[in-house]
Design a binder for this molecule. Structure first.
Ligand code: 2AM
Ligand code: CA
Ligand code: CA
Ligand code: CA
Length: 266
């Protein structure tokens, strides 16, 4: 696996931020936590990790733009390139001592994601992809799952949060999906969920109300692992629509069909 210099910059940045997160995870009860909205927590750990990543990336490419969850967007002087960063994806898990969270870093070039890194510092799993170069978990090449039938499939999802999303509509989707698949998982870190689809651990995944930083890196991982993704309405623009349905082509199309079933009338 040959990584470009730019991907190496991204990997070094997530390793450095990962050390900071791992330290904070060990003393999570001492962290200052604040609320951004209902059930929408942010901690010192999120902010510190974003600062580290921003510094590392901006040092390497001072002209690129930077969009991170926890800070003001920086419009770069180079209009073509932008980093899209979630410094801690799975804050709720992190704050509960659940070792399932990740740093997600994507590089966008002229509106297309060309580089992706998702790193879980609690397990040392590093997912990387470059456009046209395949997707990897550490040194192992990834391929999405081969199962074609929904009845054999394990499907990941994210549930709407307190005060956000259409809970009623989601419950109908969930009920429809439960009636068709082998199993459902709800892990709590969208970028890792997408990485799991790329790795064939999940056969498919869907979630609504996601931001660009939750999905940008995972989308490239899935694509480079031979997978398929659309937004929940069936368009090809999850980043703009803020929703995603993915898997191999068979599973993603079948899953989309199931979640689009109309709400049954009584
Ligand atoms: P976060 O941990 O970076 O906030 C899980 O369903 C996904 O939703 C995670 O990727 C999580 O990202 C995000 N999330 C969790 N709580 C949220 C909230 N209250 N509003 C919006 N997104 C949230
Ligand atoms: Ca958050
Ligand atoms: Ca997130
Ligand atoms: Ca986050």
């Amino acid at each position: 696996m040959a990584r470009s210099a730019l991907l190496n910059v991204m990997v070094q940045a997530v390793f450095k931020a990962g050390k900071s997160l791992a330290r904070d995870f060990g003393e999570v009860q001492n962290l200052q936590v604040s609320l951004k909205g209902p059930a929408d927590y942010v901690s010192q750990a999120d902010r510190k990790a974003e600062r580290i990543i921003r510094e590392e990336l901006m040092k390497a490419r001072p002209t690129y733009g930077f969009l991170g969850e926890e800070g003001e967007e920086i419009k770069g002087t180079d209009g073509a390139h932008r980093w899209i960063v979630d410094p801690l994806d799975g804050t709720t898990n992190f704050l509960h001592g659940i070792p399932h969270f990740a740093i997600s870093v994507a590089l966008e070039r002229q509106g297309e994601i060309v580089g992706a890194v998702v790193f879980n510092p609690a397990t040392d799993e590093l997912y990387t992809a470059e456009r046209g170069g395949g997707a990897f978990l550490n040194d192992r090449r990834l391929r999405v799952g081969a199962r074609k039938a929904l009845s054999d499939a394990v499907i990941g999802t994210g549930t709407p949060h307190l005060g956000r999303g259409n809970h009623g509509k989601y419950l109908v989707e969930l009920r429809h999906v439960m009636g068709e698949v082998a199993g459902i998982r709800r892990m709590g870190s969208a970028s890792l969920d997408l990485a799991y689809v790329a790795a064939g651990r999940f056969d498919g995944f869907w979630e609504r109300d996601l931001a660009a930083w939750d999905m940008a890196a995972g989308l490239l991982l899935i694509r480079e692992a031979g997978g398929w993704s659309t937004d929940a309405e069936g368009g090809g623009k999850p980043l703009e629509a803020g929703s995603i349905v993915c898997g191999n082509e068979h599973i993603a199309k079948a899953l989309r069909e199931v979640i689009q079933r109309p709400i049954p009338s009584k």
